[in-house]
Design a protein around this ligand. Sequence first.
Ligand SMILES: NC(=O)c1ccc[n+]([C@@H]2O[C@H](COP(=O)([O-])OP(=O)(O)OC[C@H]3O[C@@H](n4cnc5c(N)ncnc54)[C@H](OP(=O)(O)O)[C@@H]3O)[C@@H](O)[C@H]2O)c1
Length: 252
Amino acid sequence: MEIEGSVALVSGGNRGIGEAFVRALVAAGARRVHVGTRKPEAAAHLVAEAPDRIVAVQLDVTDAASIERAARDCPDVSILVNNAGQYHGQTLLRAPDLSCARNEMETNYFGPLAMSRAFAPVLARAPASAIVNVLSAGGLVAVPVMGGYSPSKFAARAMSTCLRAELAPQGTAVIALFVGSVDTRMAAHVKGSKEAPATIAAAGLAAIRRDAAEVDTDPMAVEVRAATVREPEALARRFARQLTATDISTGR
Ligand SMILES: NC(=O)c1ccc[n+]([C@@H]2O[C@H](COP(=O)([O-])OP(=O)(O)OC[C@H]3O[C@@H](n4cnc5c(N)ncnc54)[C@H](OP(=O)(O)O)[C@@H]3O)[C@@H](O)[C@H]2O)c1
């Protein structure tokens, strides 16, 4: 699929990886890019960069009415980037209750599912269309210190596979991006090297162009996927050891 001339919507497009997607789509010639954002004023800086091509759209991916309104107001979208995400840094047992795990599942799994259901008829109207789901290396291997987040990304991977089969007859590609560590607010607590958000967006656009199904966007994601095949038990032990290094009082 060509990016040039397309109309895109990026959920959580106001900052981080989503913001990089918005800029990359505009640079690649998208006719219009809708920035899906809980607070439209948070996307004002992007709209100012290209007022004729970047449009802020109020969107909360956990709110059915907000999703329905976005699908109605953006009737010519051909590329949907399900990027909005939540990470609470809790473990399954140390978390005080289920609220964080539920919010991660609502945002990272039910959010993209609800968006895909709402936009499937919209995407069907375009001659070529794609859904890009921004997932995580934590969706390739279960990471105990990401107790609620990792299962939500596993679920979103399975959802991507199911939707790919369901949407193939209407010509909508479904692409799952597996992302390592990226320099955004979500990963502010992570030490060590982090990818630039623009690198992930570039990998996403390349995946759209070549109609890829699953793509590891960076060396960390590639290494994690390789280790799940090459040394799965050692990998699981390595991630389990992170638990003992975690501050029990905060879960981080
Ligand atoms: N950073 C990493 O290392 C990393 C690694 C792997 C995967 N990812 C994935 O990449 C995606 C983007 O994350 P990021 O790193 O760019 O994080 P970020 O900087 O924290 O941005 C998250 C974005 O999601 C939005 N959002 C959260 N809940 C939402 C909701 N209910 N409805 C609509 N928008 C919502 C946020 O909006 P507000 O501004 O309103 O809060 C923000 O725009 C996520 O799916 C994340 O899981 C990130």
